[in-house]
Design a protein around this ligand. Structure first.
Ligand code: ADP
Ligand code: MG
Length: 395
């Protein structure tokens, strides 16, 4: 009798084990089927080119990343329309032409279910207006894939700066229960996302700190007679001498004292800013050093105004490859543990493209993804315009 009972118990356990296995296999299959492949396309203010990341969502697994530089002529033309006085015809042409480049780039990354396209900002006046070009219709037509684009417009319509939008993703990726995290992206412009320990979304503060690589790039082009488009490894900055008086003069700008939310663009740190640096009469390599220290100093100033204790600084963007910027930053912020986003599994160059894949996915799922605490919008809104490939009740 006891033997029979034992036998029945063992059989029961075996059945339960098999059931558990079957259930988890079903769950796994369901989860896999629910995953979408989303391509994020990002082209930042540096005007260096087009970044494409393919991300599996909602798991947030990056499957692919590639960068395609803009042809020099396109870059020049984009630079030429990134101002307040330009011909409408050229903007209209570029709107279609760069969309063809986006389509080519995204097709190289393979088949996806959805595309999130940031577009190329050619003008930005936070809170008032912003313009990203790269026609979504072309992208949808060339790829047969629905596109979410024009992410910033709705946030501005809701009273926000339309920027920064990546903090929603930084919060998702980097928040920590007991450590304060600051995500720093050094693109053409630099921006930080401050995520206090145990923060709720509404506790996140984010804003553009000032220049990133933009002025350094412009000075480097001039220094090298157009041969170099950026100061690789910070070599030129390391060879120059800091102009302290000029640095102090630049640091006195009202922008650095302005309260967040605030955002910056080529309007502040483009041609006029570089002309102002050159007016000091310093040698170009010294100006590159000074611009490099300015980037680090303004980031450090912004961080210390929001974080009093220790923090993890998580660096991404092309500037993460510049040891001069990162070195000065570490010296200005001894209380920070300086890491790269790659240390957290997010490729430094891919982060913003990954972010726009995630933001597109949120829109596709019908969820708002601006952080009003970061952009200053009156409320959280559903971002972007959807260019469908077929009409379904989902839209
Ligand atoms: N190896 C490197 N050394 C120094 N700077 C670099 C390096 N690689 C990239 N950069 C800088 O990063 C910039 C591109 O950064 P990116 O994150 O793409 O900015 P954006 O988002 O504005 O396009 C380049 O213009 C250059 O200034
Ligand atoms: Mg770029």
């Amino acid at each position: 009798m006891a033997e029979l009972e034992q036998e029945m118990k063992r059989t029961g356990e075996r059945i339960r084990r098999l059931e558990r296995g079957a259930i988890s296999r079903v769950q796994e299959t369901k989860q896999r089927a629910a995953q979408m492949r989303v391509a994020g396309i990002m082209s930042g203010t540096s005007l260096d080119g087009i970044d494409v990341a393919v991300v599996e969502l909602p798991a947030i697994r990056t499957l692919k990343f590639l960068s395609v530089p803009y042809p020099a002529k396109i870059r020049e033309r984009l630079m030429a329309v990134s101002n307040a006085v330009t011909h409408t015809a050229e903007i209209s042409r570029l709107n279609y032409e760069i969309a063809e480049l986006y389509a080519k780039a995204v097709k190289r990354a393979g088949k996806v279910d959805l595309i999130g396209c940031h577009g190329q900002t050619i003008y930005h006046e936070g809170r008032r207006n912003t313009l990203q070009i790269g026609e979504a219709a072309v992208l949808a037509e060339r790829t047969g894939t629905p596109v979410v684009s024009n992410f910033r417009a709705r946030d501005i319509a809701a009273g926000g700066q339309g920027a920064p939008l990546v903090p929603f993703v930084d919060y998702k990726l980097f928040r920590h229960r007991s450590r304060t995290r600051v995500a720093l992206n050094i693109g053409g412009i630099a921006n930080i996302t401050v995520i206090p320990a145990g923060a709720r979304p509404e506790d996140v503060v984010a804003f553009d700190t000032g220049p990133g690589n933009m002025a350094i790039d412009a000075l480097t082009r001039e220094y090298s007679g157009g041969k170099l488009s950026f100061d690789r490894g910070g070599k030129i900055a390391a060879s120059g001498k800091l102009d302290r008086a000029l640095l102090d003069d630049l640091l006195a700008d009202a922008y650095y004292r302005k309260r967040a939310p605030k955002s910056a663009g080529r309007e502040q740190y483009g041609a006029e800013f570089v002309a102002r640096l050159k007016q000091s009469g310093g040698a170009l390599c010294d100006l590159i050093t000074t611009a490099t220290v300015l980037t680090a100093a303004t980031i450090a100033k912004a961080v210390t105004s929001f974080v009093k204790g220790p923090l993890d600084l998580i660096v991404s963007g092309g500037g993460a490859h510049n040891p001069e910027i990162v070195g000065h930053l570490a010296a200005f912020l001894p209380q920070a543990r300086v890491a790269q986003s790659s240390d957290f599994g997010v490729d430094v160059d891919a982060k913003e493209a990954i972010a726009f894949a995630i933001l597109a996915y949120e829109t596709w799922r019908g969820r708002p993804s601006n952080l009003p605490s970061a952009t200053g919008a009156r409320r959280a809104v559903l971002l972007g315009s959807v260019t469908p490939t077929r009409i379904s009740s989902q839209l």
